[in-house]
Design a protein around this ligand. Structure first.
Ligand code: OAA
Ligand code: MG
Length: 626
């Protein structure tokens, strides 16, 4: 007989599901219709035991409070909570505050010698106790960010097959063609607002790591919550697995992704289209989709293709550009030069380099410089040599063409440095150590205060170290790097250089976009973000050698960026959440994640006392008058 369509209420759905999965003994067997309705209701996520901030108390088993990382508080459960929740006796007698737990976490991490082990400790903590994890990172950004994020996350991606324990995020493979929406439906959270997606083709400066690139969306979204307070249940990390061209991975028995060459061309493009549509269908058109670490050839294409039809940005192009421009704005205070008064030379002409160049041009235009004049001040050098018009083997597709010069072929970067005599040298090439002492010394000869950015990640891919930049410029350089470097010793002084990493930008932009329900993300938002970060740089920061505020100030930057983005979104009519809040900051704050434990007591416990409600009645003024 054909199953009749039935709609079950939440309780019936749960009962039916429990019966289906064998956790309840059925009073009577389920009809086919009820079974199908239960499965459908479950798949449509009509019902959740624990999702987002919503917990259905009667549906959570006692021990789930310890097993579910969103509920677990470990020894911080009070006696009342342990008794009411049915977990009394499942833990030792000791009660701890969250602060005491944090202290233990710090001690535990410091006992590991290797960063990868520290990373694994934090992965376990996130799997075990979510609030503790986020509070730990957000309260000690300087120490924790290099572990959950760059540079250690790069190593974690390289060893992903070896360290893989539990899944986090969604793996959508090319074999799911035609069914991407169904895969998205398997994600248990109904209220996703932001996705970070990679296809793993260009993980940091490490190249094609295929599905092992999952560490990146996970790490970026950890910063969404830790640095911008975006609730974790609103964040979804995704890897799009279309294979890998990394020969070592294809032969590695530990590799966890599809074991074939990357699917490319029309099939790949259609798959990405299907993915974008499936996201909108599942989570709505305002779902933010952050593209991360795609190959150069795809990154620009997708940004151009989707930026006006989806809520999307490319962090490697736009986030990195924004943080680099923030550094340039801060550097003005040292050099007393406008951005337009500089000559730029880039090593690399990929996502980061071209993204930075485009935003620098915009910043120059804001200073009153003409478009062509601005572009003329920017030189680029890539794997084929200087970007010169008509160079024989050079690919000059897309925005790269804007920066090609009427110049003969040049293949030696040091020669280009000597000829162009840039005041700003920017490395975004993934060529570790490419800024040789000879190049750095030349920068020191042409400039009183040479600006040198070694932005490639992780640390091993940086174009030079902070120490090398100081040593080879008599300590006169203005330096920033994408990955952190230890303090520099030069001329009897200690310098703490800044990290020009897009982590200063994307969490705040994402927060502003999410709370306003902005659908498109205009380039101006990244210029706003750059200005906010530059405004957070104090004289003391500049004095000690940093063009950026300390990492501990990223949370404030994120909030101020979100306020800037929110103001802009309402001014330009891009916001979809109405009415427009008067006080933007408190509106944003009302959306933020709370890192502190919440009471696990049922909301109805203890029951309101009778005399308390009657007291309210007693002071009712109308009654008094009567
Ligand atoms: O992840 C980072 O540290 C910065 C970034 O986007 C990249 O290098 O691709
Ligand atoms: Mg990236």
């Amino acid at each position: 007989m054909q199953a009749r369509s039935v709609i079950l209420n939440a309780k019936q759905t749960v009962d039916a599901l429990r019966t289906l999965v064998g956790t309840a003994s059925p009073k009577k067997s389920l009809t086919k219709a009820a079974t199908s309705a239960a499965v459908q209701a479950f798949q449509a996520r009509d019902y959740h035991e624990v999702t987002g901030d919503i917990i259905v108390p009667s549906m959570v088993q006692g021990i789930d409070h310890l097993r579910d990382p969103r509920l677990n508080k470990g020894l911080a459960f009070t006696l009342e909570e342990r008794q009411i929740l049915g977990i009394h006796g499942l833990q030792p007698a000791r009660f701890k505050s969250q602060e005491e737990q944090l202290e233990l976490c710090r001690i535990s991490i410091s006992r590991y010698q290797e960063d990868l082990n520290k990373y694994l400790y934090l992965v376990d903590l996130q799997d075990r106790n979510e609030r503790l994890f986020f509070r730990l990172i957000s309260e000690d950004v300087e120490k924790m960010m290099p572990i959950v994020y760059t540079p250690t996350v790069g190593l974690a991606c390289q060893k992903f097959g070896l360290i893989y324990r539990r899944p986090r995020g969604l793996f959508v493979t090319i074999n799911d063609r035609g069914h991407v929406f169904d895969v998205l439906r398997n994600w248990p959270e109904p209220d996703v607002r932001a996705i970070v997606v990679t296809d793993g083709e260009r993980i940091l400066g490490l190249g094609d790591l295929g599905a092992c690139g999952m560490g990146i969306p996970v790490g970026k979204l950890a910063l969404y919550t830790a640095l911008a307070g975006i609730p974790p249940h609103q964040c979804l990390p995704i890897v799009i697995d279309v294979g890998t061209n990394n020969k070592d991975l294809l032969e590695d028995p530990l590799y966890i992704g599809l074991r074939h060459q990357r699917v490319q061309g029309k099939e790949y493009d259609e798959f990405i289209d299907e993915f974008m549509q499936a996201v909108v269908k599942r989570y709505g058109q305002n779902t933010l989709i952050q593209f991360e670490d795609f190959g150069n050839h795809n990154a620009f294409r997708f940004l151009d293709k989707y930026r006006n039809t989806y809520c999307t940005f490319n962090d490697d192009i736009q986030g990195t550009a924004s943080v680099a421009v923030a550094g340039m704005l801060a550097a003005k205070r040292i050099t007393n030069k406008r951005i337009s008064d500089n000559t730029f030379l880039f090593l690399g002409a990929g996502e980061a380099a071209v993204g930075i160049a485009d935003l620098v041009v915009k910043a120059m235009q804001a200073e009153g410089t003409g478009l062509q004049e601005a572009r003329d001040k920017i030189w680029m050098f890539d794997i084929d040599g200087l970007l010169a018009k008509g160079r024989p083997e050079g690919r000059l597709g897309g925005h790269k063409a804007y920066y090609a010069k009427d110049h003969g072929v040049m293949k030696n970067f040091a020669d280009v440095v000597k000829e162009v005599k840039p005041s700003v040298l920017i490395g975004a090439s993934a060529a570790g150590g490419a800024f040789t002492p000879e190049i750095l010394q030349a920068m020191g000869q042409f400039n009183e205060r040479p600006i040198i950015f070694a932005l490639s990640n992780p640390t091993s891919k940086a174009e030079c170290t902070a120490q090398a930049a100081y040593d080879n410029t008599e300590g006169r350089c203005i330096f920033a790097s994408g990955s952190p470097f230890p303090p520099v010793q030069y001329g009897g002084k200690t310098f703490i250089t800044g990290q020009g990493n897009n982590a200063y930008i994307f969490p705040g932009v994402a927060l502003g976009v999410i709370v306003t329900g902005t659908h498109h993300i205009p380039e101006d938002m990244f210029l706003i973000a750059a200005q906010v970060v530059a405004d957070h740089v104090s004289e003391a920061d500049l004095e000690k050698g940093s063009l950026y505020p300390p990492l501990s100030a990223i949370k404030e930057c994120s909030m101020d960026i979100a306020v800037g983005v929110t103001n802009y979104a309402y001014q330009k009519g891009l916001a979809s959440t109405y009415p427009e809040p008067e006080d933007k900051k408190s509106y944003i704050e009302s959306h933020l994640y709370n890192y502190n434990y919440q009471s696990a007591m049922p909301v109805t416990w203890p029951w309101p006392k009778q005399h308390e409600s009657s007291k309210t009645r007693e002071i009712n003024p109308t009654k008094l008058q009567a």
